[in-house]
Design a protein. Structure first.
Length: 140
């Protein structure tokens, strides 16, 4: 299980997703309606309920899929769904960024952009494993 390449990619995806709780995606000024004062906010996964839920789901799915090495088709399906969810998560970050008066992406936003890449690399490794197992079955 650990010697498989997709396990490493999935572990990296889970670690980067978990790091998004601490590191911000963007920072900016949000206008407080009641006091008309701009508040500086570093926006991370803990700032919004939907983003928090989606981040937890992605991290748990990445960790669970590591241990599904015997059922590669289901593992590939979970990895594909998690990759799509991580792209949706990035879209949610950008939609919330539009609500800020002034905002800019942080350097730590690269962590968020690397998660779909890790899922794609894991999916590629899963398909290579599946292809290897099918070729070994043909030889027998």
């Amino acid at each position: 299980m650990i010697q498989r390449v997709q396990s490493i990619w999935l572990l990296l995806a889970a670690a980067c997703t978990a790091a998004s709780f601490k590191f911000s995606f963007f920072s900016g000024n949000q206008l407080n309606v009641t006091t008309n004062v701009k508040d500086f906010i570093r926006f991370n996964a803990q700032q919004n309920t939907w983003i928090l839920i989606l981040t937890v789901v992605i991290a748990v799915a990445a960790l669970v899929s590591i241990f599904m090495y015997r059922d590669r088709k289901r593992q590939a399906l979970i990895v594909l769904a998690s990759g799509i969810l991580s792209i949706i998560l990035i879209g949610l970050y950008f939609s919330i960024e539009n609500n800020f008066a002034e905002s800019s992406l942080d350097l730590t936003s690269l962590i968020h952009f690397s998660v779909p890449l890790f899922f794609a690399l894991a999916l590629r490794a899963i398909y290579k494993d599946e292809k290897l197992v099918k070729s070994a079955d043909r030889i027998r």
